[in-house]
Design a protein around this ligand. Sequence first.
Ligand code: ATP
Length: 750
Amino acid sequence: MKSNIPKKKVKKSWQTVKIEGNVINEDGEGLEGFVGLEVLENYNKNLVVLGKKKKRQQLAERRKDKTKKDVRKLREESNSGIHTDDEDGPPKKKKKKEKVQKNSKKEAKSYPGRFVLLKPPTESEDTEEEATASYSDGIRIEDLANWTGMGIPEPILRAISELGFRTPTEIQALSLPAAILGKKDILGAAETGSGKTLAFGIPILAGIMELKRRNVKSGIRKVKPSKEPRPEFERDNLTPPPEELGDYPEIEESDSEIAQKPEKEDKPLYALVLTPTRELAVQVRDHIASVAKYTGIKVAAIFGGLSAVKQQRVLNMCPEIVVATPGRLWELIESDNSHLKKMDDISFLVIDETDRMVEKGHFEELQMLLKRLNTDQNKVETRQNFIFSATLTLVHDLPDHLQRKNIGRKGKIVKQTPGMKIQSLIESLGISQPKVVDITRSSQTAETLTECRIICSIDHKDYYLYYFLQRHPGRTIVFCNSIGCVKRLAQLFTLLDCQPLPLHASMIQKQRLKNLERFRNNPNGFLVATDVAARGLDIPDVQHVIHYQVPRTSENYVHRSGRTARASKDGITIMIMEPGEVKNYLKLCKTLDRNEDLPLFPVSERHLNAVKERVNLARDVDRLELRLRRETSQIGWMKKSAEEMDIILDHEDITDDDVSDDDENVIKKKQEKRLLDTKRQQLKTVLNKPLFPKGFSYKYPTSDGKLALPFLPADSSNESAIKVVKKAIQERKEERKRRNKRKRPIEETS
Ligand SMILES: Nc1ncnc2c1ncn2[C@@H]1O[C@H](COP(=O)(O)OP(=O)(O)OP(=O)(O)O)[C@@H](O)[C@H]1O
C-alpha cells in the first residue's frame, strides 16, 4: 500500500491518513481492534519499525562526534607520515551541511513515504522497541557501541555484527583508530588468537572503501578529492537500505580461491597480504572476506601446490586484495600476470607472521618483493604497512659461540632488546614511523593457556601420547619436529584406531587442505603435524596441543601452543620430553621468562600397562607390515627391471607365487605373514576392551622418573585435562605448604 501524503506533511506525530479501500481486507471485516495508522519514514521489512530513524541519526551523530575527536587527537599525536591535504581534513561546516542535506534528499528519494497498520504503542512499548532495535538479526545497535569512533564504515560494522563480535579485542582497539583515522603503519605484537587478522583486515577494507569513494587508485596517505558522488552503500555511519545491500554479492564459503562472485572488470590491486603458509593464506582470505561481505571488495588467495593456471584465472577477476605466499606470488609476477603488474601501486602491505617471514634463509622471494615494492620512495611513503606476529618482540639470549667471543672483549656483543628488534624490522622492511602496539606478556603465551609436561624415555612417548588421547578425548593437535616423525605417528595411531590426520609439507596440497577440513569438522579430531601448522591456524575449539618433541625454538613453542586457548578460551599444552631434550627445554624456559618448571601432567600408572600392551602390539603390526611391504615392492621392482632387461631372476629374488613351498625365504615370509595376522587379531581384541573402566586414581611421573601420587580423588574419570592439571598443581602447592609447616617447628627449636 502507498500513502498519498505529500512528503512535506510527514511529521513524527500521529496523523490522519487518507486511504483508499479497506486496509484490513476487501469486505471490511476484521476492523475490530483497529486503533489507528502511523506514518513511517524509512520503513523496510528487516528493521524494527518505530523510532528507527531517530535511533540511526543519534548513532550517526555520536559516531561523527567521536570520529572528529579521534581525528583531531591523532593529528596532534602524529608528527609525520600523515597527509594533511585540505580534503583530508575535517570537512568545512558549509560543505558538511550541504552533504547532510544531500544525503537526506537521497534518503527521501530512496525511501518513499510508506505507512503500516499498527496498534499505537504505549510509552513502555516504544522504549522496549528502541532497546531491542536490531542492527542485524543477531546484535543490537547498543552492542556495537564498542566499535564506534574508530572510523569503521557501516558495511564493515554490519558484517562484524553478523559475526557476533561485540567488542574489539585489545589489539584491534589499539590498532584500528591509528590505522583507519591516522593512516599509520602498524607494528603489532599480541598473543596468539587475539584477533590480529582483523586488526589489519578492517583498516585495509576501510581504506579501500575510502580510496574508491575518492576515486583514487593508489596511496592511502595521499587522498585526493573526488567530484564523483559517493555511492549510497559507502556512506559512513548510515545504515544502507537492505534492498540495496541485497544486490551486493555475498561471499560463498567454497573451495574456490576467490571468495566472491567473479566479475570481469579491470580494478586496481589495492592490498597485498603475505603469509608464510598456504593454509594460513586460505584462512586469512576467508577471514577478511567475511568482514568484506557488504563492501563489494574481493579477496583472493594465491599459494603454491594448486594449479598456477587456475590462480591466474582468479587474478584475472581483479580482486582488490590478494593474500599470498611469497613463492607462488613471485612465480605469477614473473609470468607477467596483468593484475599483479599493478603490485607496484598497492596502497596496503601486510606481512603476517613477520618474524618468520624475514628469517634468514627463508622466503627469498619476500626480499625480492620488498626490493621491488620499495624502489619508488614516493610510493613507499604513501603505502600503509602492517607488520604483525605474536612473537614480534621475542628476543633470545646470545648463542653460546657469541657469548664465548665476548670473554675478555672490550666492545661486547650485546643481547638484542625488543626495541632493537623492532628497529631492525622497520629498517629492513622500509616502513615509516609505525605505531608500535606491543601487548605481549613476558611469558609470550595466552593468559588462558595451561602449560604442563610429561617426562619419559624416548621409547615411552608413544605410550603417553596414546594414554592422553584415550583418557582426554577432544580436538587435539600433536606437533612433531620432522616429517618422518609425523608419518610414523600417523601410521602407528591409525593401527590404534585413533584416526590421525597428518599434515606436513611433503603432502599434496589438496590432501593438506582436506585433512585440515576434516580436523575442523570433528570435535574429537586428531591432527599430527609439523610446524607447517604451527602459525596462525585458527581452528575453533582445539582443546589440546601436544608437543611430541620439544620444539626447536621458543617461537615454535609459542605458536604451536597458540593453536589452543584462542580468543580468550581455555586450552592446554603438554610437552612430552625425554632426558635428551632437557637442554632445549631449559633454554626455552629462559627465553620465555619461566622461573619455575612447567608442572607435570598427572597420568594413571595403573592403566599404563594396558596402554603399553596396545601400543606394543601396534608397533609389532607396523614393523611386520613395513617389512612385508618392502619385500613385496623390492621383488616387484626387480621383476619389472628383469622384464625390461630380458633377464631371469634367481630363486630367492622371486615372489612365493613363482617358487616352490619349501624355499627358505618363502617359508620365512609365510611365517611373518602368519605372525602379522596373529598380532592384528590380538590388537583387534585388546582395542575392543575399554581402557579406562569407571573409577581410577592418577599418578604422575616426577623429574626422577618415578611415578608419584598427586592428591587426587579416587574417581576423576570424567575430568578434562585442564581440570586434572589444575588440581594437581593445587595439590602440589598444598603439599609444599604442609611440608614447610612440618619443617618450621624443627627450625624454630634448633
Ligand atoms: N573482536 C572480536 N571478538 C571476538 N572474536 C574475535 C574478534 N576478532 C577476531 N575474533 C576471532 O578470534 C579468533 C582469532 O583471531 P585471529 O586468527 O585473527 O588471531 P591471531 O591473533 O591472528 O592469532 P595467531 O597469532 O595465532 O595468528 C578468530 O576465530 C576470530 O574470528
